[in-house]
Design a binder for this molecule. Sequence first.
Ligand SMILES: *Cc1c(COP(=O)(O)O)cnc(C)c1O
Length: 389
Amino acid sequence: MESTLVRTWAEINLDALEHNYRKLRELIGEKVKFLGVVKADAYGHGAVMVARTLEDLGADYLAVSSIDEAMELRLNGIKMPILILGHTPKEQVGRLIKYDITQAVSCEAKAIEYSEECQKLGETLKIHIKVDTGMSRLGYICVGDYFSIGIGGMANACNLPGLYAEGIFTHFAMADMEGSTADEYTEKQFTLFRDVVLAVEKEVGRDFKIRHCANSGATARFPKTYLDMVRPGLLLYGYGQYSKELGLKPVMALKTTVSTVKIYPKGTAISYGGIYVTDKQTRMGVIPYGYADGFLRSLSSRCSLWTEEGLAPQRGKICMDMAMIDLTGKDSIDVGSEIEIFGEHNDIDSLSEIAGTIPYELTCAVSKRVPRMYMRGGAVVEKELMLRM
Ligand SMILES: *Cc1c(COP(=O)(O)O)cnc(C)c1O
């Protein structure tokens, strides 16, 4: 374990996670429930530790994308409610019930399948109905002419034997985008969602316990969308413009150390393809961080990493396990010096912009061979190496 620490590692700041949770709690108020989205291994931060922290802090719900992700949490002692946002095969309904996992239901066929399984088992499955109000991905379609068919389908799901519809939700496609077109789209989705909820409740003759729709964008920008529960991911981890505006802190810092330093004459081609050629005598460092660790190759020769003497430009093609950085004039940075790839000093939002992507993709890309170091008060409280050893 120790030997991996001088390679590349991700520090997961649990104090920052707690800070973000408390700030968001303050923002949404006491009456609104808080669902923390921990799918995709909590956006690369480690779902078990993030879930444990949220459970201790009193969060109300967690969301994951698959039954495997839900089971990982249950088998690691997480007791709080978990919602699976994606599909689960009907053969797994028994496990959903046994482990008290809530399942999203996004169409008539799935509602019927789940109901049949539940009747065979003589058990009840807790579900949340997913409404497609304009994301055009999962959910009962109910836009325009589909409204009454959609309402009928959802009401039917609520009444099917073996299913308990605890909640109903939708997902915004543009809540994090600035501008009137996006805002109008969000407004339209929200209005439709309200109409759908009212119509289904009327049809079924009872109210849903949890109505929810606010992702990070809506949580930051549209308080009226909070309803019974908010469902942020990105804000919890402290990235993006709205996190900065709300005073949230980045939870992950990705770090590495310099493993080799060499001095090349002017005119030296660096790395595969020689896309970078030194324009002067250059002091070049090698870092053990490559695309197999999550360093997007599209960033080759286009980004800088943070050293204690300021930013060092990355030079040449990023390799599978390594990359080169220009340390010319940074004489105190030598073999063993710590480099911050992104974190407190090197903003992940700027780095993702250079890569033409979003911060979500950069934290999710941090691969399983990068150990996660969980930090409290600046000290490591737990290490997680995601390789089988
Ligand atoms: C991923 C996801 C979220 C969280 O999105 P953020 O932009 O990270 O807040 C919320 N709801 C659903 C359905 C999702 O798939």
